[in-house]
Design a protein around this ligand. Structure first.
Ligand code: TYM
Length: 331
């Protein structure tokens, strides 16, 4: 049985990018694998959320997970900070990770560009914490979007380095995973190549959006003035609409609009109407479950408690093994 793990930072509601990048695969995998899915609240601290907001966001992500189909009976759903063993593993792994290599990580350099006034040490050591999340359950597969590929590569480096340094074959080398042959990147409605809440909230469709809001957002999506000759390459904004359609619509629908585009007969208004309808059919059942789960604090607390217990059991086993390998042994 493969061990599968994934996580999402609690920065607000989950959007379609999170769903197709990390969650959809997981919902399918939980039937046949030993799956862990967690809320990466330690990771979200790098951007200094307000304490009140953090608590609300953790709850919202838990609700979204459950509404999207994660089943606490079939997989382990937990909040990262309920499993403090991950901090110890981070510290232990950090001894074989070099400051220079962390400074060269593209996501770190990007953060330095974006938040020059908050280049905290947590940002620098982020990849070690992420590696610990994965290695602490000795995961084989990690469902993630394309943007996390490099972090997975680093996780493999750190795992391999540990094995080599101590002459053991302890950590498995986990792979970034998506069904199909490539990791996905769901684009935004604003013409950007990645749907991202931190870039532009209006470019995101959240799983908690109502049908009216989805329609409003999609109809406002950026497009262009239309192709003027057959076979003309698509602009990024129009390519995005097609990619979103590929994610939620039937192959026939996609083929219909693709042909219309190629023949220069496409009407973006019609395409957006169809896209809005297909996104709505896709999101509506999740939206409905979100509305119910939001009010069930007792159930949410129960899920988090059960998840924490299961996750700590697996995590403490790994930390004890690692201590033993390193030479931290009981007197
Ligand atoms: P985060 O919170 O930014 O995103 C959570 C997951 O959603 C995916 N994702 C996307 N996939 C496709 N298209 C998009 N537009 C899109 N936007 C987001 C991300 O690739 C990710 O899979 N560092 C991680 C959280 C994390 C984690 C882990 C993930 C911490 N520890 C261990 C896996 C394993 C992050 O910031 O993801």
């Amino acid at each position: 049985m493969d061990r599968v793990l994934s996580g999402i930072r609690p920065t607000g509601y989950l959007h379609l990018g999170n769903y197709f990048g990390a969650l959809k695969n997981f919902v399918r995998m939980q039937e046949e694998n030993n799956c862990y899915f967690f809320i990466a609240d330690y990771h979200s601290l790098t951007t200094h959320p307000k304490p009140g907001d953090l608590g609300t966001n953790i709850k919202n992500v838990l609700v979204d997970y459950l509404a999207a189909g994660l089943d606490p009976e079939k997989c382990t759903i937990y909040i990262q900070s309920d499993v403090p063993e991950v901090c110890e593993l981070t510290l232990l792994l950090a001894m074989n990770v070099y400051v220079g290599e962390l400074q060269r990580v593209p996501s770190f350099k990007e953060k330095v560009r974006r938040q020059p006034n908050n280049v905290n040490a947590g940002l620098l050591t982020y990849p070690i914490l992420m590696a610990s999340d994965i290695l602490i359950h000795r995961a084989d597969k990690v469902p993630v979007g394309k943007d996390q590929e490099q972090h997975l590569e680093l996780t493999r480096d750190f795992a391999q380095r540990f094995n080599h340094f101590y002459g053991v074959d302890y950590f498995k080398l986990p792979v970034a995973y998506n069904f199909g042959d490539h990791l996905v990147k769901i684009p935004g409605l604003d013409g950007s190549t990645k749907m991202s809440k931190s870039d532009n909230e209006a470019s995101c469709i959240f799983l908690s959006d109502s049908p009216e809001l989805i329609r409003k957002k999609v109809m406002k999506a950026v497009s262009d003035s239309g192709p003027t000759e057959p076979g003309q390459p698509k602009s990024q904004a129009v390519e995005n609409l097609f990619q979103l359609m590929e994610a939620v619509s039937s192959p026939d629908t996609l083929a219909f609009f693709e042909e219309a585009y190629q023949k220069c007969e496409i009407r973006y208004g019609d395409m957006k109407k169809q896209l809005a309808e297909d996104i709505t059919s896709f999101v509506a059942p999740i939206h409905e479950r979100i509305m119910t789960l939001r009010n069930d604090d007792d159930y949410l607390r129960k899920v988090a408690k059960l998840g924490a217990e299961k996750a700590r059991e697996s995590a403490s086993k790994t930390v004890n093994d690692v201590r033993e390998i390193i030479g931290i042994r009981k007197l």
